[in-house]
Write a protein that binds this ligand. Structure first.
Ligand code: FAD
Length: 315
């Protein structure tokens, strides 16, 4: 059963979600052809073989923001190899391209899968992560978009053949006038394995030094609750929740965050959640795996010390 996987990339690298999508595709069928775009080094594309791709087709002339060209590229490749399943990451570009491909190929789409299919059944979150829903796609061609951090890829030790696709997909109908890139070398929030997040309990933006220090020590990304971004204490791209970024890290720290349902909707896919809050009745404690009832201004500095000691002892 031929499988195509659309691979996302950013800053000249395949994203973690891109590798996960290839692994996901390899568990559905074979051969697995990975479709990449933009300016990616061939060595990093060949690495996709390690995650299950047999072959990689790269269209270097397509830009990240040209969803129409990316759609034409995927559709042409799907028709060429008579792909039965096309896998995307349910990530920024996948969200724009997967529905278009699904319409062009008259293929059923499940967007936001959180586990490998079991038989014909594909699992998604429902009711803001409070329940699961099982879907079945009944069309001959199937499109599945996988939520980042839903599968843990195993490496096969193989490399993939890399082939260039130089087809001309025409002039872009929409052109970005300016792209402001996030600066610094911090871990992007949707890719982070560990996230340190803080809320209004921190009292003001001047108190985020300890949050950043803890994140640095843990190699984590920082996040915040919505009011914190709304007041301007933190940038909007850090806001997680129903109306912000949805994340699924392995470890999520919620510091001075009450645990409102709209916040939990974006973080309750985390594998382990730790809440630090002065109020023992804070709703977050019902969702958390570990809870510390205490003042963040006392607990977080102790946590930083403990992490430093642990790292020094295990260096
Ligand atoms: P608060 O509710 O004010 O909680 C602060 C917490 O800090 C309290 O639990 C308090 O006990 C604790 N605290 C105080 N001092 C300390 C201390 N020294 N040490 C430790 N703990 C302390 N919110 C989101 O986050 N993301 C969303 O996407 C989102 N979308 C929304 C969409 C809609 C339509 C609506 C209506 C709301 C949405 N909200 C969202 C807002 C949400 O309902 C909550 O109001 C918000 O999450 C509360 O933020 P908070 O926990 O930082 O603040």
């Amino acid at each position: 059963m031929s499988v195509l996987v659309f691979v996302e990339s950013a800053n000249g690298k395949v994203t973690k979600a891109g590798f996960e999508a290839v692994y996901y595709g390899s568990k559905i069928g074979s051969p697995v052809v990975a479709l990449a775009f933009g300016d990616l080094p061939s060595a990093s594309l060949a690495e996709l073989g390690n995650y299950g791709a047999t072959k990689v087709v790269v269209a270097r002339n397509i830009k990240i923001d040209d969803s129409q060209a990316l759609t034409k590229f995927v559709v042409a490749q799907a028709q060429e190899v008579s792909a039965q399943t096309i896998v995307f990451s349910h990530d920024s570009i996948g969200k724009a391209v997967a529905p278009r491909v699904s319409v062009r190929l008259k293929a059923g789409l499940v967007a936001g899968a959180i586990a490998l299919p079991e038989g014909n059944s594909i699992r998604k979150n429902a009711f803001s992560g409070k329940a699961f829903a099982e879907y079945e796609i009944n069309t001959p061609v199937k499109v599945i978009a996988v939520l980042p951090n839903s599968v843990k890829p195993e490496k096969s030790g193989n490399t993939a053949e890399v082939v260039e696709n130089t087809a001309d997909f025409g002039a872009a109908r929409v052109v970005s006038k300016e792209i402001k890139k996030d600066s610094g070398d911090h871990v992007p929030l949707p890719e982070a394995e560990v996230v340190v997040s803080a809320g209004r309990g921190l009292k003001g933006p001047e108190n985020w030094g300890m949050i950043e220090e803890l994140a640095n020590e843990l190699g984590a990304a920082t996040a915040c609750s919505r009011p914190v971004a709304d007041i301007g204490w933190r940038p909007h791209h850090e806001h997680v929740g129903q109306t912000g970024v949805a994340i699924r890290p392995n470890l999520y720290f919620a510091i001075g965050i009450s645990g409102a349902i709209q916040h939990l909707a974006g973080v309750n896919g985390s594998k382990v959640m730790v809440a630090i809050n002065t109020d023992p009745e804070a709703p977050f404690f019902k969702a958390a795996d570990y809870g510390v009832v205490g003042d963040a201004f006392q607990v977080v500095p102790k946590l930083i010390e403990a992490v430093k000691k642990f790292k020094a002892a295990n260096h």
